[in-house]
Ligand binder design. Structure first.
Ligand code: SF4
Length: 308
C-alpha cells in the first residue's frame, strides 16, 4: 500500500537540454519550418515528437538535408568533420551542443596539441563519445577490463571523461588508471557535468528512503540510465519509463514509499502526470520533495538566435 511519494530535486531538464530545445524552437520561429536537426536534439522520445509536430525534421545523415537549409547539431556534440561537411554542402549549421560538452572538446584539442596521450572514459557508440573521440587520437575505455588491456605509449597522459557517466563507476576507472599509470593526470575540473552529479546525488538520497524508484527518461539517455543504476547499486529496485503508460503495477505492489525522479532530458510534465496517476491509482495524498541541492545554471544562445 503506497503511503507517500517523494520527488527528487534536482531532476529533469538541465541547462544544456533546455538550451538545445530552445534553439530548435527559436530557429523554427525565426526561420520557419522545416528546421533540420542532425540526430535527436536530446535523447528523449517525447521531446523529439513534440518538436517534430512543430516542424523539426530529425536526420542522421546530412545527405537528407536540402541545400540552403538550416541544420542544428544536437546537444551531445557531433563528429568534427560534420560541421565542415555541412558548410561544403551549402547548409547553414547551428550548434546546439552543450557548452559543457564543448569544454571537453576544447580540452581534448589542447591536450593533444601539448603532446598528451588522452584516455577517454566513455560509452562506446554514444553520440557524445563519438564526437569527442573525433577531435584527437585517444584511447576509449569503458570497463576495468579495458583499463587492464590499455597500453600507453608515452609517460605523458591525461584522463578525460564523458559528461554523463556514473560518478562512482568513473571514479573506479580513474583509480584503476592511476594505479596502473601513476603519472597519468586528470583535468583540473571534472568533466562529469553538474547536472549528472546532482541528479545522481539526489537519487542516492532518495534510495535511502524509498522502497522503489521510478525514473522518467528514455533508454537512449545516458544520464537517465545512470540514475537507475545508481539507485540499484544502493539496493533499491529502480525502473526507467518514458511515461506513466509504461508503469507496471507489480513494481510497486509492496512499496510504501515510491521515489520519483527524471533524467536531464526527462520532461517535467511527464513527471507530474506520473505523480497524478500514482495519487489516483493508489489513493496517495502525501507528496514530498527531497532537496539534495539547488541549481542555477543557464547557458547563452548561439549568435544566430540571440535577439538583436
Ligand atoms: S547532462 Fe550535462 S553535459 Fe549533458 S546537456 Fe545537460 S548539462 Fe550539458
Amino acid at each position: 500500500m503506497v503511503e507517500r511519494i517523494i520527488l527528487a530535486n534536482p531532476r529533469g531538464f538541465c541547462a544544456g537540454v533546455s538550451r538545445a530545445i530552445d534553439i530548435v524552437e527559436l530557429a523554427l520561429q525565426k526561420f520557419g519550418k522545416p528546421i533540420y536537426v542532425r540526430h535527436p536534439i536530446v535523447h528523449n522520445i517525447h521531446v523529439v515528437r513534440e518538436l517534430e509536430k512543430k516542424g523539426a525534421v530529425f536526420v542522421e545523415s546530412l545527405d537528407a538535408v536540402p541545400t540552403g537549409s538550416y541544420v542544428i547539431f544536437s546537444a551531445h556534440g557531433s563528429p568534427a568533420a560534420l560541421r565542415q561537411e555541412a558548410v561544403l554542402k551549402g547548409l547553414k549549421p547551428i550548434d546546439a551542443v552543450c557548452p559543457l560538452v564543448t569544454k571537453v572538446h576544447v580540452e581534448a584539442r589542447r591536450f593533444a596539441r601539448n603532446g598528451f596521450e588522452i584516455v577517454y572514459i566513455g560509452h562506446r557508440g554514444h553520440q557524445e563519445a563519438i564526437g569527442v573521440t573525433s577531435i584527437a587520437p585517444m584511447h576509449l575505455v569503458e570497463t576495468l577490463e579495458d583499463v587492464e588491456n590499455l597500453v600507453l605509449a608515452s609517460d605523458k597522459a591525461v584522463i578525460l571523461t564523458q559528461t554523463t557517466l556514473s560518478v562512482d563507476d568513473a571514479r573506479k576507472l580513474v583509480e584503476a588508471l592511476k594505479k596502473k599509470y601513476p603519472f597519468i593526470t586528470e583535468t583540473p575540473k571534472e568533466d562529469i557535468c553538474y547536472a549528472t552529479t546532482n541528479r545522481q546525488g539526489a537519487v542516492k538520497e532518495l534510495a535511502k528512503q524509498a522502497d522503489v524508484i521510478l525514473v522518467i527518461g528514455s533508454p537512449t539517455s545516458s544520464n537517465s540510465v545512470r540514475l537507475v543504476e545508481t539507485a540499484t547499486a544502493m539496493g533499491k529496485p529502480a525502473y526507467l519509463i518514458n511515461d506513466k503508460t509504461e508503469l507496471q503495477e507489480g513494481w510497486i505492489t509492496n512499496a510504501k514509499i515510491v521515489g520519483v525522479t527524471s533524467g536531464a532530458s526527462g520532461p517535467e510534465d511527464l513527471v507530474l502526470e506520473l505523480v497524478e496517476f500514482l495519487k489516483e491509482k493508489f489513493n496517495v495524498t502525501k507528496v514530498e520533495n527531497l532537496v539534495h541541492t539547488t541549481e542555477n545554471v543557464e547557458f547563452v544562445l548561439p549568435d544566430e538566435l540571440k535577439e538583436k
